[in-house]
Design a protein around this ligand. Structure first.
Ligand code: SAH
Length: 214
């Protein structure tokens, strides 16, 4: 796309502010610098694309705040070729960041329109290695399990057992859990299947909802 170098100055400022908030992974900072976030937003909000804020997208959903995207991605500890399941494609921005980091991404969205829009945009941008599914994220994608990393980008009341079942040994599941505000949790599956849970900062996500919408 011809305007992908627009707003590089604004992206640089955004990345510097994320660095000062504790995002230290250089590959993640580079990915956020490289990816034009305004592509993922509605016209009305494009001007504000490089503010560190969440914004509305279709179907009453949101594109996550860049800090939140960077934070969750950092907790995942992505390595090239990692097989990553994302629940909640939304705008496709988080999936694109994972793709830029060299992950093999499987992303699930319950709203058909969002699923189709994200798929179309990322294909138009020429981003490879991302597969899109219009499905219920509570079910995960058993046919492609196990996943090295699983990221949930909607607020869960509890950690879905099916997602834990689809996590590889040594893998991480990063998920915001709680009502109202959520605690970011990272669950690691150790050798032998033992689960270790770590708790991080508080965030506010749109809800993780059962079933799909057409
Ligand atoms: N990762 C997104 C954030 C989108 S907000 C981005 O970068 O823009 C969370 C998304 O999760 C919403 O689009 C919502 O529709 C979706 N979602 C909620 N419950 C879901 C479920 N059960 N299965 C799949 N997607 C779900």
């Amino acid at each position: 796309m011809e305007d992908q170098f627009w707003h590089k100055g604004l992206r640089k400022k955004l990345v510097t502010s994320l660095e000062s908030k504790g995002i230290t992974d250089i590959n993640i900072l580079h990915a956020l610098y490289a990816l034009p976030r305004h592509y993922f937003m509605e016209k009305a909000f494009e001007e504000m694309a490089y503010e560190d804020k969440a914004f509305p997208i279709e179907n009453g959903q949101t594109i996550s705040q860049p800090y939140t995207v960077a934070y969750q991605t950092q907790l995942l500890g992505i390595k090239k070729r990692d097989k990553v399941l994302e629940i909640g494609t939304g705008s496709g921005y988080q999936a694109a960041i994972l793709g830029l980091l060299g992950a093999r991404v499987y992303t699930i969205e319950r709203h058909r329109i969002l699923h189709l829009n994200a798929k179309r945009l990322l294909q138009k941008m020429g981003l490879k290695g991302i597969r899109f599914y219009h499905k219920d994220g509570y079910q995960g994608l058993a046919e492609f399990a196990p996943f090295d990393k699983i990221i949930v980008t909607a607020a869960a009341d509890e950690v879905p057992q099916k997602l834990l079942d689809q996590l590889a040994i040594g893998g991480h599941l990063v998920i915001p859990v709680g009502q109202g505000t959520q605690t970011m949790m990272r669950i690691t599956k150790k050798t032998g299947g033992e689960l270790v849970t770590e708790k991080f900062d508080k965030f506010k996500f749109v809800p993780f909802v059962n079933g799909i919408e057409n």
